[in-house]
Design a protein around this ligand. Structure first.
Ligand SMILES: [Zn+2]
Length: 468
């Protein structure tokens, strides 16, 4: 993941502002046109070869409907393809959720389903596999022990589930930003003031924007409109600074009360549970209330239309709700960030053992947290872990097998459901006692070296993906 640095510009005069707005509009319309054009499944494989699509369009002679310069046009294409890719990745994550819970499939069928949805860590996703789900093309590898009929059944199931989770097709809803590459801007300083000269629709002409501070600016930038101030904000993404790896092997047990517990028994951010609970209650409470209001709205629609409209405007408006949800999310996210920051600083890990994040759903469920909250939590945790691992040069071994991780004794390896009672662990065989979450973290850590288990996982990847 990359870091976003924001740099604000000073208010622009009318002429400059209008040039910037015109460029943003053309960019937004072009991006939207690309979204509409390439949203179809038949173009899906291009998400893995974005460059090829661009070259093909260039060869075909780019139809320039909105007046963008060639470079801007290519960036809008790239932007659109990334938006589509994000939507697909989110849908794939949700389809996986359904698979974890799906009970009517054999191991081999699940194995094939996960193979279709697999994303290689280094080489990325083979989009042709996802495409096959929709076209019915029979893709497989030597590792799949499932006949053609079984494979067709799995693809059919996935297709149905995708249709269910994909939702609305992405469109550009607001004219808000455009991207420029290094050749489309120039940065210079006069006195203490930094300026950026940005290319607009007119070849050779640039709008000069005075900036509020001084920054190292390079690479692709996104120019964001701030209409209230007739100013722009420049967003640049860059690789975060990397730290050398630490010394320790560490295990963590992710939670819903605290962010996680490490193998030394420290619980990171116990304040997290309350924040998460409030966010969950809030969303549940809100959606129930909204359900009732919709019923009211429909009732009044015939009897008293003005009243129905008032309900729609004042009580069912989304702006306030979105703002409040954002605040709850920000609070939880803040706790997660602080937990990881403290942990990396204190433990200086070399490698971190953790369980499959799908397990968090079970924990969230037992605390009565909503599904929406649990999905959100998992995606944030995953991103955070990946990001921090990159910054701190930590090796990611992938999720450890979490089967019996809370019932196995980390000292003598005796497995017994009775070993654990609530938050407390006491081995029925050797009397070892500890906090239950700490025990999980210790077991996950020791599984880093469990060769037999690793071999088993390699032979049957389904076991690594399913819940323990
Ligand atoms: Zn024991």
């Amino acid at each position: 993941m990359q870091q976003t640095v924001k740099q604000k510009g000073l208010s622009l005069n009318k002429k400059k502002w209008s040039e910037i707005v015109k460029t943003t509009e053309a960019y937004a319309r072009q991006k939207d046109a690309f979204l509409v054009q390439f949203e179809h499944v038949k173009y899906l494989h291009y998400l893995g070869e974005k460059r090829e699509l661009r070259d093909e369009l260039v060869k075909a002679g780019l139809p320039n409907r909105f007046g963008l310069q060639a470079r801007q046009w290519k960036l809008a294409l790239d932007d659109a393809l990334h938006t589509l890719e994000r939507q697909w990745e989110a849908a794939i994550a949700e389809v996986k959720e359904h698979l974890y819970r799906h009970k009517g499939m054999t191991d081999e069928e699940k194995h094939y389903a996960f193979w279709l949805l697999y994303r290689h860590k280094k080489h990325g996703r083979d989009w042709k596999r996802i495409q096959a789900v929709f076209t019915g093309e029979d893709v497989a590898s030597k590792k799949i022990n499932l006949d053609a009929k079984g494979r067709a059944k799995v693809r059919k199931y996935l297709k149905r589930t995708f249709r269910h989770v994909l939702g609305k097709k992405p469109r550009v809803k607001r004219v808000r930003s455009f991207v420029v590459d290094q050749q489309m801007y120039r940065v210079f300083t006069v006195g203490n003031r930094q300026y950026i000269a940005v290319a607009t629709l007119v070849p050779g002409e640039r709008v000069i924007i005075p900036l509020a501070g001084v920054h190292a600016i390079e690479g692709n930038l996104r120019v964001i409109l701030l209409p209230d101030e007739q100013a722009v904000e420049i967003h640049l993404t860059r690789e975060p600074k990397a730290y050398p790896p630490g010394e320790e092997e560490v295990g963590i047990d992710l939670g819903v009360t605290e962010v996680f517990t490490d193998d030394a028994g420290k619980k990171y951010r116990p304040e997290y549970g309350k924040a998460l609970r409030e966010m969950s209650d809030r969303i549940l409470d809100k959606s129930q209330k909204r359900g009732k209001l919709w019923t009211l709205y429909r009732k009044f629609l015939k009897q008293d239309p003005p009243k129905a409209r008032r309900i729609l405007r004042h009580n069912l408006g989304l702006a306030k709700q979105t703002k409040r949800n954002k605040r709850y999310r920000a609070r939880c996210e803040n706790e997660i960030n602080r937990a990881f920051n403290e942990f990396y600083k204190e433990r200086r890990p070399k490698i971190i053992a953790y369980e499959d994040l799908a397990h968090l759903r079970g924990k969230a469920k037992s605390k009565g947290l909503t599904r929406k909250v649990s999905i959100w939590q998992r995606s944030i945790m995953k991103k955070r872990l990946e990001y921090k691992n990159r910054v701190h040069s930590v090796t990611d071994p992938g999720p450890q097998n979490a089967a019996y991780s809370s019932q196995e004794c980390p000292k003598c390896h005796w497995v017994d459901t009775q070993n654990r009672s609530g938050d407390f662990f006491r081995c029925r065989k050797c009397e070892f006692t500890a906090d239950a979450d700490q025990v999980s973290a210790m077991n996950l850590k020791s599984r880093l070296h469990d060769e037999e288990q690793a071999a088993r996982r390699r032979d049957n990847p389904v076991h690594a993906l399913q819940r323990g």
